[in-house]
Design a protein around this ligand. Structure first.
Ligand code: PMP
Length: 441
C-alpha cells in the first residue's frame, strides 16, 4: 500500500499504534511501549482512562458540536468555571481553542488588541527567551527561541527579541547564590525593555519550566517574581506558556502557582485533553477582558472548533481525575521517586551533567565532560540515538539535541502519566540507562 500521510510517518517506517493500556501503548505486532514521556507531555492520565472514555461516550450521545457563533455548551461552561476556580489570582476568563500553538497565537493577538483598545497602539514588540518553544504557527514560531526553526520563514510577523532563559546548571556563576542568579538573569528583561523602548513592548512570554527545548528546566526561586515586577514597572503583559508544564505536570495544576506569580495570561493544552481530544485554552485576567469589553466589545479572533463540546467534555473528565482523585499529590510523590531513581542511576555517570525538574516533569542533560559541562558534538546526534535505542527497548521518551549555539547538551525529557507505579519508574529508568549506554558506545 502506498503511504499517503504527509508528515512524520512519511518514511513509512513507524509502527502502527493499535491500543493503549494505562502507561503502555501497544503496536500491531503486540509490542508494548512504556510511555515515559506521555508522547510529548500529553498523556497525563495514561491510555484508555475509564472516566474520560465514559464522559466522551456520554457527550457523543448528546451533542458533539454546536458552533460557538450560535451556542454555548454545558461542557464548555463547566470547563471555563473549573479552570478559573483553580487559576492564579486575577485570571477570570477562558478562551477555548484546539491546541498549544493556537493558544499562544491567540495570546499574542489578545495582547495586541488590548493595547489598541487602551490607546497604546505603539506597543507591539514581544520579548521571549532563547531556550523556548511556543508552537509552530507564525506568531508562536516568532516567539520561540529556536533560530533554525524560524530561519526559513523570516521576516517574522511578530517582532520578537530573545533574552537568556533561567538555566542555573549552565549559567549560574561559581559562588553566586540561586537568588542572586535569578535576579541577575531576570534583570536582562529590564535591559531589553530599555533597549527597545518601554512604551513599544507589548509582552514577555516564557515557560515557567522550560520543556522540549531544554529538558524540564525550572525557574529558580524568585526569578518569576522579579520578572513580574519588571513587567509591572513598564506596563508589559506577562504571558506564561504552560502548554507543556501545566495541568498538574509539576504537581500543581498551574506550574506558576509554585513560583507565587500571577501572570496576565496563561496558555495551556497537551495535558488538558490528555490526548483524548485536541484542546487548548488561553486564560486571561479580568483587566484584559474588561478593556476589550469596554472598547470594541469583541476579540478579533476565532476558530471553527473553539469550545468543541466533545473536547470540553474530555477536558472536564481529565480535570475531574486530576483534581478529585489525589493525582496532584501523587505527581509530587512519584516525581520525587523518579528523581531519586534518576540520581541513583545517573548521579555519578561521567556523561550526565544535570538531573532536574519538578513533579513528573524531569530532564537529564548529557555532556561530553562533567567538569567543563562541554556538550557532545552535535554531529554525534546522541539524542536521536537515545530515542531510537529506547524505542527499540520499548520505552517512549523525549530526547532533544543541544541548541544551535552549541552551549547546551543533548537532553532527555521525561513526562510519564501521573498514574505511573514504582515498578514502572524502575522499568523507565533501567530502559533509559540501557539506551544511553548504547547511544554513547
Ligand atoms: N508551547 C509549548 C511550551 C509547547 O511545548 C508546545 C508543544 N510542544 C506548544 C506551545 C505548541 O503546542 P501544539 O503542538 O499543541 O501546537
Amino acid at each position: 500500500m502506498p503511504n499517503h500521510i504527509f508528515g512524520r510517518s512519511t518514511k513509512g517506517t513507524l509502527p502502527t499504534a493499535v491500543s493503549g493500556e494505562g502507561c503502555y501503548l501497544i503496536d500491531s505486532t503486540g509490542k508494548r511501549y512504556l510511555d515515559g514521556s506521555g508522547g510529548a507531555a500529553v498523556s497525563c492520565l495514561g491510555h484508555s482512562n475509564a472516566a474520560v472514555r465514559a464522559a466522551l461516550h456520554q457527550q457523543l450521545d448528546q451533542v458533539a458540536f454546536a458552533h460557538t457563533g450560535f451556542f454555548t455548551s454545558a461542557p464548555a461552561e463547566q470547563l471555563a468555571d473549573t479552570l478559573v476556580a483553580h487559576a492564579p489570582d486575577g485570571i477570570e476568563r477562558v478562551y477555548l481553542v484546539s491546541g498549544g500553538s493556537e493558544a499562544v497565537e491567540a495570546s499574542l493577538k489578545l495582547a495586541r488588541q488590548y493595547f489598541l483598545e487602551i490607546g497604546q497602539p505603539q506597543r507591539h514588540r514581544v520579548i521571549a527567551r532563547r531556550q523556548s518553544y511556543h508552537g509552530n504557527t507564525l506568531g508562536a514560531l516568532a516567539t520561540g527561541g529556536n533560530e533554525w526553526r524560524r530561519a526559513q520563514f523570516a521576516p517574522m510577523l511578530v517582532e520578537t527579541t530573545h533574552i537568556s532563559p533561567c538555566y542555573e546548571y549552565r549559567d549560574r556563576a561559581d559562588g553566586e547564590s540561586l537568588e542572586a542568579y535569578g535576579q541577575r538573569v531576570a534583570d536582562e528583561l529590564e535591559t531589553e525593555i530599555q533597549r527597545l523602548g518601554p512604551d513599544t513592548v507589548m509582552a514577555f512570554v516564557a515557560e515557567p519550566v522550560v520543556g522540549a527545548t531544554a529538558g524540564a528546566v525550572p525557574a529558580v526561586p524568585g526569578y518569576l517574581k522579579r520578572i513580574r515586577q519588571i513587567c509591572d514597572r513598564h506596563g508589559v503583559l506577562l504571558i506564561l506558556d504552560e502548554v507543556m508544564c501545566g495541568m498538574g505536570r509539576t504537581g500543581h495544576l498551574f506550574a506558576c502557582s509554585e513560583d507565587g506569580v500571577s501572570p496576565d495570561m496563561i496558555t495551556i493544552a497537551k495535558g488538558l485533553g490528555a490526548g483524548y481530544q485536541p484542546i487548548g485554552a488561553l486564560l486571561c485576567s479580568g483587566k484584559i477582558y474588561d478593556a476589550i469589553a469596554a472598547g470594541s466589545g469583541f476579540f478579533q479572533h476565532g476558530h471553527t472548533y473553539m469550545g468543541h463540546a466533545m473536547a470540553a467534555a474530555a477536558a472536564n473528565a481529565v480535570l475531574g481525575e486530576i483534581l478529585n482523585t489525589g493525582l496532584l499529590a501523587r505527581v509530587r510523590e512519584q516525581g520525587e521517586k523518579l528523581d531519586a531513581a534518576l540520581r541513583r542511576t545517573f548521579g555519578q555517570h561521567p556523561h550526565v551533567g544535570d538531573i532536574r525538574g519538578r513533579g513528573l516533569f524531569r530532564g537529564v542533560e548529557l555532556v561530553q565532560d562533567r567538569d567543563t559541562k562541554a556538550p557532545f558534538d552535535p554531529s554525534r546526534k546522541i539524542h536521536a540515538k537515545i530515542k531510537a535505542e529506547a524505542f527499540a527497548a520499548g520505552l517512549i521518551c523525549y530526547p532533544m539535541g543541544g541548541t544551535i549555539d552549541g552551549q547546551r547538551g543533548d537532553h532527555v525529557l521525561l513526562a510519564p502519566p501521573f498514574i505511573i507505579t514504582d515498578d514502572q519508574i524502575d522499568e523507565l529508568v533501567s530502559k533509559l540507562s540501557g539506551a544511553i549506554e548504547k547511544a554513547l558506545a
